[in-house]
Write a protein that binds this ligand. Structure first.
Ligand code: SAM
Length: 202
């Protein structure tokens, strides 16, 4: 299982802050493109990905949304139908149904709780996972042999500038997918492909 942690300083933490224009909703559009890149394949859905979204925008940051969608069983009973058009509605509902003090499963495999970005990473580190911070100045992704359960961390359009110092206390590796700066969603698609290729060659 590979995991991604996506951090956004601006993405909204209440459903009421999400209107029609997702670019104006704390750049929720970027998170949605990232979800598509994380899970969707042509005519297929990935079961080997868990995605953590950490939103730290207004009005009540932080929120940790953990997505490992259930794909087996009856739709609307055991699982929900996720498509490219309904992702913002799902996020909105998750934010609305958040309950203080709980890690709440809103839909099968879709959880929400109050947890900061650094705490999410620290908890994954405690579980023994290898943390890879995606950064264009890092080590070339093609020279790395990934652990079995890698965790890839990335930011939105603003990146994760103010937290780089905090990262010094977390065991991690800086990983680059090239010298250009890619969209968050493009980065996830490229990392998924690199991990696929590494797994296929084993
Ligand atoms: C649009 S970029 C952020 C740009 C932001 N201005 C910055 O400098 O961090 C979104 C995220 O994609 C990842 N990313 C983009 N290009 C990358 C590259 N060449 N190698 C590794 N990660 C990259 C980084 O994690 C970044 O936070």
């Amino acid at each position: 299982m590979r995991e991604f942690v996506y951090y956004s300083k601006t993405a909204p933490t209440s459903g009421s802050f999400i209107g029609e224009d997702l670019m104006k909703a704390g750049r929720l559009d970027i998170a949605i493109h990232t979800i598509i890149a994380a899970f969707f394949l042509s005519h297929s859905f990935r079961n080997d990905v868990k995605l953590h979204l950490v939103f730290e925008g207004p009005p009540t940051p932080p929120r940790h949304l953990e997505l490992k969608p259930v794909t087996e069983g009856e739709t609307n009973v055991d699982k929900i139908y996720l498509n490219k058009k309904n992702i913002s509605d799902i996020i909105k509902k998750m934010l609305y149904k958040y309950k203080e003090g709980e890690k709440k499963e809103i839909f099968p495999g879709y959880f929400i709780e109050r947890k900061s970005f650094l705490q999410v990473i620290k908890d994954l580190e405690k579980e023994g996972k290898e943390i890879y911070l995606l950064d264009k100045d890092g080590e070339d992704i093609r020279s790395i042999t990934f652990s079995d359960n890698p965790v890839f961390v990335l930011g939105d359009h603003q990146g994760i500038p103010n937290l780089k110092k905090e990262f010094k206390r977390i065991k991690h590796k800086l990983v680059s997918i090239g010298k250009k700066t890619y969209f968050a969603s493009q980065t996830v698609a490229i990392v998924n492909n690199e991990v696929d290729r590494q797994e296929e060659s084993q």
